[in-house]
Design a protein around this ligand. Structure first.
Ligand code: THG
Length: 262
């Protein structure tokens, strides 16, 4: 599993405050904690409250790059903010994200090619969030077609079925799991798949239990990558065990320790 640490996000009050105060130490501490817990990449999101994302995004990138050479996942719905992040990035990057809208794909795919970046494609469009599996597959196919037409390597595309909170869209979760599986068959080579795991438990009690139950199931459906909280030890243990059961890790008595990145 390619783990993208979710914690450098202005949605968290401590991060929002550090962005306003330009407090590098707090951001770097969150970067290093996530690296130590096994993150393969770090999501970087200025948050909804940022009033100057064109300044905050490059500042976050530079701040994080000073302490780690991990891949950075530039998380913004604004193309200008993504581009400001790409300009500042020395580390490998993932653009997070594009929708399936033609006008957005026409700008973001060339940007990804120019900066040699991977790309997350959301199975949604200006028309809104899909309501069933067929709509998700149709939107995913539109993104893949745009990549193929532009010469963007589909192996560097992560498709996101849009994970919804269980208290909002419970009836969709089975379709979302099946989409994760079926995205793989849209093209050869296959795209990769990703979800924003914590979405599923927003506004619920038992957040961690819901997160790790869904992650375990999504791994059984072939999920490649997740934006998640790497500091959640029980989540990481469930992840490692699910991958063991899927025969991706070799069993030994100390497999949990063995598969924890040190
Ligand atoms: N897909 C893609 N990118 C994404 C998402 C996605 N990026 C953002 C988000 N979804 C994934 N990251 C988070 C980060 C935090 C939370 C949820 C998803 C979260 N935060 C607490 C909350 O809202 O309750 C913040 C409050 C707190 O704990 O302090 O849940 O789906 N491609």
């Amino acid at each position: 599993m390619f783990i993208i640490g979710e914690l450098i996000n202005g949605m968290y009050p401590v991060i929002a405050k550090a962005i306003i105060d330009k407090d590098k130490a707090v951001i770097q501490q969150y970067a290093l904690k996530q690296v130590a817990c096994g993150a393969s990449a770090l999501d970087i999101n200025c948050g909804p409250a940022s009033r100057q994302p064109l300044i905050d995004m490059p500042w976050l990138i530079e701040t994080v790059q000073d302490v780690t050479n991990l891949t950075l996942c530039l998380d913004s719905s604004k193309i200008s903010v993504i581009e400001a992040g790409l300009k500042a990035a020395k580390n490998k990057t993932i653009i997070n994200s594009t929708t399936a809208d033609k006008d957005k794909l026409n700008i973001i795919i060339p940007l990804a090619l120019k900066y040699n970046s991977s790309l997350i494609g959301l199975a949604m469009s200006a028309k809104g969030i899909p309501q069933n599996k067929d709509q998700r597959l149709e939107l995913a196919a539109e993104i893949i077609t745009a990549c193929l037409e532009s010469g963007f390597p589909v192996e560097n595309l992560y498709l996101d079925p849009i994970l919804m909170p269980v208290n909002v869209a419970q009836a969709q979760l089975k379709d979302i799991l099946e989409s994760i599986h079926e995205f793989k068959f849209i093209s050869q080579p296959s795209p990769k798949t990703v979800v924003g795991l914590s979405n599923i438990s927003q506004g619920t009690n038992s957040r961690n239990l819901i997160n790790r139950s869904f992650l375990t199931m999504a791994i059984a459906y072939g999920l490649d990558s997740a934006i998640l909280d790497p500091l959640d030890n029980q989540l990481l243990d469930a992840l490692i065990t699910a991958e063991l059961i899927m025969n991706k890790n070799i069993y030994c008595a100390s497999y949990l320790d063995a598969y924890r990145k040190k």
